[in-house]
Design a protein around this ligand. Structure first.
Ligand code: ADP
Length: 196
């Protein structure tokens, strides 16, 4: 599939603002891929498609997850706003013929992260978090970390997300906690030192 064909598909399924967000995530992911040694074409395709299911109805998201045993149904125990991620991967596989599991997993875990994220998964997760249209508290620190250390940047983004959710007494998808634990074991000390 050409980039133009993918762009046409996402343009038909996303409102203008979300389409522009997608393009910014894609540009950001390509820069990160070049910096950290990932295939930029994989980063481009995964990012272009990461939000493909964002505007599917809640019923369609629910049904897709229940009908696909490969999607962990833990997703259904958490807020519907995270369901679009695994459903996007199902869509990419079934409708666009994408079979690369790394690309499909990068789409599935772009919102939540998970333990043992691949380089591509980290890149798409982080690009979604730091693309230049994002303005939430703490994003600039993550942008700075992303210039020098991918794991530190992802760990900080996960910490921010968990703090944000806990701050409003929202439940936290368990894989996000696992992703956080996994990465702070590696880079928690460095992050602590940087914040002193
Ligand atoms: N790890 C998580 N666990 C539970 N809910 C989450 C998690 N991450 C995000 N959410 C919820 O899902 C919503 C959508 O997340 P996301 O797809 O990152 O949003 P955006 O629309 O900004 O791209 C968030 O606003 C938040 O309420």
């Amino acid at each position: 599939m050409t980039k133009e064909e993918v762009l046409k598909i996402i343009k038909e399924r996303l409102p203008e603002k979300r389409y522009e967000h997608t393009l910014r995530v894609t540009d950001t992911a390509i820069v990160l891929a070049e910096k950290y040694g990932e295939d930029p074409q994989k980063a481009e395709l995964a990012s272009l498609l990461h939000d493909i299911a964002k505007y599917f109805s809640e019923q369609e998201l629910y049904e897709t997850i229940t009908q696909h045993p490969e999607v962990p149904n833990t997703f259904l125990h958490y807020h519907p706003s995270i369901w679009h991620a695994p459903v996007g991967a199902v869509y990419a596989q079934e409708h666009l013929g994408i079979l690369d599991m790394d690309i499909l997993n990068a789409i599935t875990y772009h919102t939540t992260g998970r333990e043992g994220m691949s380089l591509l998964e980290k890149i798409v997760f982080l690009a979604d978090y730091i693309e230049p249209g994002r303005h939430f508290p703490g994003v600039d620190e993550v942008r700075t970390l992303a210039e020098s250390d991918l794991d530190q940047a992802v760990a900080k983004a996960l910490a921010n997300t968990i703090q944000y959710l806990v701050g409003k007494y929202a439940s936290v998808f368990p894989d996000t906690i696992h992703a956080y634990n996994d990465l702070v074991t590696k880079v928690g000390k460095e992050l602590q030192l940087k914040e002193k």
